[in-house]
Write a protein that binds this ligand. Structure first.
Ligand SMILES: Cc1ncc(COP(=O)(O)O)c(C=O)c1O
Length: 385
């Protein structure tokens, strides 16, 4: 087994024309967000998403903040979201003074439990920010229909959703807006990067203004105005052309990347299935209508202390497995918002016994086998042949 100690948790690999594009961007001397590669990423993503408007951003965090600003969220507003998510989903709302209304998750997918959303809606509710955890669609059609009944905006946190579909439709095309991440740990990456997808074009002009520091720069470049100036509150949310050049090389290979991620995911799941049959662990399930992208391989052990013991054992074996997320409702800031750990029992319980395995493009079959065997060894179970 070559280099078991060097097994990374994740890593970015060259999969296509990244270096050629980066060199081209440098040669042309355009590294800011005005460059051609930003536009090419937007065009390609738009094609992948059935023609939606796309604005490249410096991160998914930026895209979520941008969406929250476009919706003019503020004090007195509530936004429904899972607590089992990355901090950015909630920060986007809280920084404008709005309140995240955390809802429990489904045990099979760790996505927001759509059957609990209705009860969380009240007169303050302005939006729903569902998350497609692990690139598995979160019953978006049901959530959209609930939002229509109550006149709410939906912003999909599709940070992990690139290349995945639900009922045949790409994730990121259901809500009024959606946010993608191209961070190192995502299937398609440029280090730090993101995109805001605007499906409801009523928000498009404002999205450009907020992304471009509160200016009508886009209208100026489109020839619609003879100068540009400060027209609203905004920030510097755009992606650099240098990062976009790298990203374009990756985005062009989304299909191949997704196939490889799913192959890794399947090898893990097949390897761990007998251990699940023995009752040692529980594996997640992907609902029939969700075509996932193999973004995260995770499973559950019986309790928190077993999780900590297994993570310690794997670390000693050179396997960088991790747990995540510390649920937002029971985190220190969640408690300041008035939540207690008891508020979301399913999230609290499952998050405390979830383990996420290393996974990256180029991960070899023997590396996956090494991780799986280490997990069997921890449980003292002989691996079936
Ligand atoms: C669900 C979710 N939302 C938002 C983000 C933030 O993405 P970024 O790092 O691109 O800002 C992440 C990143 O891990 C995420 O997993």
């Amino acid at each position: 087994m070559e280099g078991k100690r060097s097994l990374p948790f994740c890593r970015v690999s060259l999969v296509g024309r990244e270096m050629e594009y980066v060199n081209e961007a440098i040669r042309r001397g355009r590294l800011s967000s005005d460059g051609d590669f930003c536009r090419r990423c937007e065009t390609l993503l738009s094609e992948m998403l059935g023609g939606a408007a796309v604005l490249m951003t410096g991160s998914c965090t930026a895209a979520l903040e941008l969406a929250a600003s476009v919706l003019e969220l503020g004090p007195g507003d509530e936004v429904i979201m899972p607590s089992f998510t990355f901090v950015s989903t909630a920060n986007a709302v809280c920084r404008l003074g709005a309140h995240p209304r955390f809802v429990d998750v489904r045990p099979d997918t760790m996505n927001i439990d759509e059957t609990l959303i209705e009860a969380a809606i009240n007169e303050k509710t302005k939006a729903i920010f569902p998350v497609h955890y692990a690139g598995v669609g979160c019953e978006p059609e049901t959530i959209i229909s609930q939002s229509e009944t109550h006149g709410l905006h939906v912003v999909e946190d599709s940070a992990q959703g690139i290349g995945a579909r639900f009922n045949g439709k790409p994730l990121g095309t259901f809500g009024a807006m959606a946010a993608f991440s191209f961070h190192d740990q995502k299937n398609v990456s440029c280090g730090e990067g993101g995109a805001l997808v605007v499906n409801d074009r009523r928000y498009l002009e404002k999205a450009h203004i907020v992304r471009d520091k509160g200016t009508n720069r886009k209208a100026f470049f489109d020839g619609a105005t003879s100068f540009y100036s400060w027209v609203d509150i905004g920030s510097a949310y755009a992606l650099s052309n240098l990062a976009a050049a790298f990203l374009l090389g990756q985005l062009e290979k989304t299909v191949e990347i997704t196939q490889e991620q799913i192959a890794i995911y399947d090898q893990y799941m097949n390897g761990l299935a007998p251990l699940a049959e023995e009752g040692m662990i529980e594996l997640p399930t992907v609902p029939d209508r969700a075509e996932h992208n193999g973004h995260i391989t995770f499973f559950f052990v019986r309790n928190r202390s077993l999780r900590d013991d297994l993570l310690g054992y794997l670390k000693a074996m050179g396997v960088p497995a991790v747990f995540h997320y510390v649920p937002l409702h029971s985190s220190p800031y969640g408690q300041r918002l008035g939540y207690t750990a008891r508020d979301l029992p399913v999230t609290e319980e499952l998050a405390s016994r979830l383990i996420r395995m290393p996974m990256f493009i180029g991960m070899r079959s023997d590396q996956i086998e090494f991780v799986v065997t280490a997990i069997y060894d921890f449980f003292g179970v002989k691996r079936p042949h």
